[in-house]
Ligand binder design. Structure first.
Ligand code: ASP
Length: 571
């Protein structure tokens, strides 16, 4: 016996006259003066069942028992619906099944929420995720995710990449987040870290002669959860030997385009445009600019250098954006309050400062009637940060973003190092294994600000999809980076001795990339957060409402691994 011979959504008008057996969930049941209608649902859609007590008394008795989300099996003839009962919104809307046999395969206790209910608390949805997954939205998202990953895998295979499995349990991998630790019963008191990415293993694959590595790799990072962040997520992780930057970019573009095509979406044009880090910061105040709209940041430092307006005259950097609108005093005050939250001392508009500027200076801003120029004066990074956020905020509020556009681009030519806000020391911009640009392999280790890295980021509509770089393949250069970051010889040997040894034994030039799968699919699906893409996500407090994890562990289990838990305040 088979449970079904056709899926619900496939019973369309060309099946009229057929006898079919279908199985699925009772989406709704309606009693109509004797006739009982049941919408039966599976992953392909809904199908209307009609039970007529005059014709089939046994099924009619069963039908009265049915409640939402009971699992049913029904057999009957596919018939055309009466013309006034046709539902043009359903693929199966022209037909119904006259039920001859009906079985309840499984019952459901009363539901904590109805599947089509709006505004259900997310924790409740996730607590009963199996119900939530039955919704069309989640069904589509999981399938879209599969479609995208399958297309990416096909592309990687066609391009000669080899899927190599790398360890999840390893030494801490420095991707800039905290590690999740795994105690080891066989070596009490010692811990593995869950890989933040397969970064060093994929580099070792290159040194090991694999040539082209890829993996849909799970990564673990102990960071605060956000709309686009879970503790664990997947990356399309790849690495290539004997390549230059453009080779890596071309592979990533092919993978993205293949995923678009497989999803039936018009693919972005290749090659994706390039923008340098410096230009992105200057024009958009962000290293992941949204290029679906203009409102570019413009510089006024030189023009206002000699102005009478003290704030401008003395500021290291004065820049502005031109917003196609005028603002009331209250609106301006609200924008200024926001800008102050973001770190600005204030925001000036042209009318407030006009009296300090000459005719020539005023004209040079080129602000059309009905528009407003908003100025921020401060150190360049503060100005970029504030105007970047203001630009985005206003574009969203004034609906200036063409949401029908897909703007993909590469941000490249990043500095290799940045100054750490807290310690004031130097740290990496991408990670410690990124190569400096050719010709910049030596630098003043106390002041490496001018060294550029061969690092590139892929941006889609203002979201960073992923990062990559050409890597260091020379142990001396690698040591120089570690030293610049303030690591002693002993420290770098103790943490990365295996890498330094490998780099010293015939490392080919190599480079790679990693793209967040869930972030990519969420954008592809038009979903606001990646929890809508992940089958079983955690909520933002880092808790899994479904299983109740994480949980405390009995002292004897901890003791086995050489751990004693400190008492924690009740939460
Ligand atoms: N390992 C890096 C990351 O996870 C990506 C890369 O450089 O390939 O962001």
């Amino acid at each position: 016996m088979s449970w079904r011979d056709v899926h619900c959504g496939e019973v369309t008008r060309d099946r009229i006259g057929d006898r079919v057996t279908v199985a699925g969930w009772a989406d709704t049941r309606r009693d109509h003066g004797g006739l009982v209608f049941v919408d039966l649902r599976d992953h392909t859609g809904k199908l209307q069942l009609v039970v007529n007590p005059d014709r089939s008394p046994d099924p009619a008795a069963v039908a009265h028992d049915i409640r939402n989300e009971f699992v049913l099996q029904a057999t009957g003839e596919v018939v055309a619906r009466a013309p006034d009962a046709v539902n043009p919104n359903l693929r199966t809307g022209e037909v119904e099944v006259q039920v001859e046999e009906l079985r309840i395969l499984s019952r459901s206790s009363p539901l904590p929420f109805q599947l089509d209910e709006e505004n259900v608390d997310e924790t409740l949805r996730l607590r009963y995720r199996w119900l939530d997954l039955r919704r069309e939205r989640m069904q589509q998202n999981l399938r879209l995710s599969h479609t995208a990953v399958a297309a990416i895998r096909r592309t990687m295979d066609e391009l000669g990449f080899v899927d190599v499995w790398t360890p999840s349990m390893t030494r801490g991998t420095p991707e800039g987040a905290r590690d999740f630790l795994v105690p080891v019963r066989l070596q009490p008191g010692k811990f593995f870290a869950l890989a933040q990415s397969p970064q060093l293993f994929k580099q070792l694959c290159m040194i090991g002669g694999v040539d082209r590595y890829y993996q849909i790799a799970t990564c673990w990072r102990d960071e605060d959860l956000r709309a686009d962040r879970q503790f664990e997520f997947r990356q399309l992780d790849l690495e290539m030997a004997f390549v230059e930057r453009e080779d890596v970019l071309a592979v990533m573009e092919a993978a993205v385009v293949a995923a678009f095509e497989a999803a039936g979406r018009p693919a972005p044009a290749r090659p994706f445009p390039h923008i340098s880090y410096d230009e992105a910061m200057a024009k958009y105040g962000s290293d992941k600019p949204d290029l679906r709209f203009g409102m570019e940041i413009q510089d006024a430092t030189a023009v206002t250098r000699d102005s009478e307006f003290g704030v401008f005259k003395n500021a290291p950097c004065v820049r502005y954006i031109v917003v196609p609108r005028t603002f009331s005093r209250t609106e301006h005050a609200r924008l200024e309050a926001l800008a102050k939250e973001w770190g600005a001392k204030g925001v000036a508009n042209l009318s407030q400062i006009a009296k300090f500027l000459s005719e020539r200076e005023l004209e040079s801003f080129g602000v059309p009637e009905g528009s407003t120029a908003l100025f921020v004066a401060d150190a360049a990074p503060v100005v970029a940060h504030v105007l970047g956020l203001l630009r985005l905020h206003l574009a969203r509020e004034l609906e200036l973003i063409d949401t029908g556009l897909d703007a993909f681009h590469w941000v490249l030519e990043f500095p290799l190092f940045k100054q750490d806000d807290e310690s004031g020391g130097w740290t990496f911009m991408h990670h410690a294994f990124t190569a400096p640009v050719l010709g910049q392999e030596t630098w003043d280790e106390a002041d490496p600000a001018h060294v550029n890295g061969q690092h590139y980021d892929l941006i889609w509509n203002g979201w960073e999809l992923g990062s990559g770089s050409i890597r260091i393949h020379d142990a001396d250069v690698q040591q120089r980076v570690f030293r610049t970051m303030g690591m002693s010889e002993e420290e770098s040997r103790s943490k990365f001795g295996f890498l330094l040894d490998a780099l010293a034994m015939g490392a080919p030039p190599h480079g790679g990339f990693a793209m967040g799968i869930e972030r990519f699919v969420a954008l592809l699906a038009g979903e606001p957060d990646i929890r809508q893409i992940v089958a079983f996500p955690k909520v933002s407090s880092g808790f899994d409402p479904l299983t109740g994890a994480p949980t405390a562990m009995p002292a004897d289990v901890l003791a086995d691994s050489g751990i004693a838990a400190l008492p924690q305040p009740e939460r």
